[in-house]
Design a protein around this ligand. Sequence first.
Ligand SMILES: NC(=O)c1ccc[n+]([C@@H]2O[C@H](COP(=O)([O-])OP(=O)(O)OC[C@H]3O[C@@H](n4cnc5c(N)ncnc54)[C@H](OP(=O)(O)O)[C@@H]3O)[C@@H](O)[C@H]2O)c1
Length: 298
Amino acid sequence: MAQRRLKILVLGSKGRLGSSLLGSLASKHDVIGFGRHDLNLLWDPERIKTSLREVSFDVLINAAGDTSVDHSETREKDSLAANAVGPEAAAQVCQDRGAKMYQISTDYVFGGDGDAPLSEEDPTHPVQVYGTTKLTGERKVLAACPSALVTRISWLFGGNKNSFPDRILEMALSDTAVSAVADKWSSPTSVEDLVGWLTFLMEERPLAEGHIHLCNSGSCCWQEYGQYALDVAAELGLPLKSLNVEPIGLKDVTNFVAARPRYTVLNTHRFQETTGIIPRHWRQALRDYILTRYSKEG
Ligand SMILES: NC(=O)c1ccc[n+]([C@@H]2O[C@H](COP(=O)([O-])OP(=O)(O)OC[C@H]3O[C@@H](n4cnc5c(N)ncnc54)[C@H](OP(=O)(O)O)[C@@H]3O)[C@@H](O)[C@H]2O)c1
């Protein structure tokens, strides 16, 4: 049976995830993208609701938010508005019109003290403002719109912005000394893969609600993540000045303002059971990204 054409509104359409969603969904669905100027999550909630009520949509994906972990520490009020109060207003509009809402959240809702992959039922305990406001957002969205799906994701790469592996490559191209934290673990996640999983959930599993964890398989620390990026870049023949990422400790990073959780690897069993999809390993996804983005032909 042909897939029903959905009317989808993406908030945060200029961001890494939002712009990738927009690009990918437009061929199959009627997609509208709202950037910060079209709808600012810092607006009064009534103004947010009025703006949303003027748009026709049956799915709303909120990929917008205050995503700067360090800046959030010193602007708690705005972070709460962007990550929780604004999304709550969007959720109320979705509830009123029977639209499906996807709220994008983060592995940083966890405290990071454990050493086993975290499921949707594991206790949350954010250790910085960013994670705290994102967790409040999860709760407010689900309270306002119980059919919403909150998707927690981790360590995105790809899309329209540079991320960790690109920064490591930039450093290795210009510097002989490259280092990264070796005592903090999570799962790198390809934006391209994430867009595919979200699309499948939207099209094929519209009744999935509550929380779901989405990330590539496997886990690593930043040092291993960066080292693999360099290994693939070396294979491609990029003129790297450094071939190694030296390990450092989280405590050695002096410019972090916010505390970082140590271990936030997400368990994706619920996603696998819901969809039958097994996310590919992060190494395979990262390899494809680097080969596509940095090959001479690319
Ligand atoms: N990137 C990661 O590694 C990661 C990891 C875990 C979870 N997440 C979550 O995934 C989602 C998408 O992340 P991303 O990497 O795509 O982030 P991003 O590139 O920073 O995009 C976020 C977007 O939100 C917009 N925005 C910020 N404040 C806003 C406001 N007050 N009103 C309206 N729009 C606002 C930004 O607009 P401007 O373009 O105008 O600044 C930006 O386009 C976020 O919810 C984030 O918390 C990301």
